[in-house]
Ligand binder design. Structure first.
Ligand code: 13P
Ligand code: SF4
Length: 303
């Protein structure tokens, strides 16, 4: 059944000159059929470089918006429009403007896990991998970082700048406790603990490495250690295991599941390609300033 579904999807992708993108947290069967897998920004940048006219994005809404910002001439489809990100929805452009009015004008560094309209009101974007470099690249000594307070506090611990943190958080990473980490460490004393910077400071304090999802895949590949405790959404264990078949990966806690990331099924991908829905198109007045914030970041990290 899944095989014939996969074949039909691949045939429709070819017919529509489309490319299938899957974030590292997607269901294994979605990742296995995708043309590209990876973290959100990396996927959008790689997809922009292809000749495909259509991008089918299996992830959450802000990721499809980023693809539309980076590839305005391509059609971007999202199989499930109800796949959102609670953290991205913890800030609006209006609330951001109000905060700046209260704090005074200062550069705004916005994590890519945000809506295009919030990016459009930001000075520069950052990812979990380059946030420290982005913040340190700015001439100003006082900045506001949005929307993730945990990533912000992590960056603040590595920078001498005065950093104001927006009070948003990822509900999946933020609920992980240091007790759960210690329990996992006791169960697997030989394993290294890799944590995503969306986790709380007390969890990051216990980590052997603080990394983005792609950073974890790289780290595990190049480490001489054979086992790892994975401090992020459980979907990452699939690409970790695929890239490192002889190593062992243990989820840090059973509660690390993002329901939004799990919404998209193979049936949804098929329907999306049959009906060419749901189109995600960021309007020009948002796309142009959002793209400037993304491009500024790319300029800094490719220096
Ligand atoms: P990455 O950019 O590290 O893949 O993270 C995406 C995400 O949604 C983290 O919760
Ligand atoms: Fe958003 Fe967290 Fe889900 Fe990532 S894991 S999409 S940050 S809710």
């Amino acid at each position: 059944m899944t095989d014939s579904l996969a074949q039909e999807i691949r045939a429709l992708l070819k017919e529509h000159n489309a490319i299938l993108l899957a974030h590292n947290y997607q269901r294994p069967e979605i990742q296995d059929i995708a043309d590209l897998t990876g973290d959100s920004l990396d996927l959008s940048i790689r997809a922009a470089k292809t000749d495909a006219g259509v991008i089918v994005f299996c992830g959450v809404r802000f990721m499809a918006e980023t693809a539309s910002v980076v590839s305005p001439d391509k059609t971007v489809l999202m199989p499930r429009m109800d796949a959102g990100c609670p953290m991205a929805d913890m800030i609006t452009p209006e609330a951001l403007k109000a905060k700046l009015a209260e704090l005074g004008e200062m550069p705004v560094v916005t994590y890519v896990n945000s809506t295009a309209s919030v990016k459009a009101h930001s000075t520069i974007c950052c990812t979990s991998a380059n946030a420290v470099a982005v913040v340190n690249s700015l001439a100003e000594d006082e900045i506001l970082m949005t929307p993730d307070r945990n990533l912000c506090q992590y960056v603040a611990s590595k920078s001498t700048k005065k950093i104001h943190c927006w009070d948003g958080y990822c509900p999946i990473h933020d609920q992980l406790t240091d007790e759960e980490v210690m329990k996992a460490r006791a169960a697997h004393p030989e394993a290294l603990f890799m944590a995503h910077p969306e986790c709380r400071p007390e969890v990051l304090a216990l980590a052997d490495a603080v990394l983005s999802t792609s950073g974890m895949i790289n780290f595990a590949k190049h480490s001489d250690k054979a086992s790892f405790i994975v401090g992020t959404e459980e979907g990452l264990i699939h690409p970790l295991q695929k890239a490192n078949p002889h190593k062992s990966f243990y989820g840090v806690s059973e509660s690390m599941v993002c329901q939004d990331m799990k919404r998209t099924t193979l049936d949804d991908v098929l329907t999306s390609l049959r009906t060419m829905t749901h189109v995600v198109k960021v309007p020009k007045e948002v796309r142009v300033p959002a793209s400037m914030a993304v491009e500024r970041m790319i300029g800094i990290t490719s220096r």
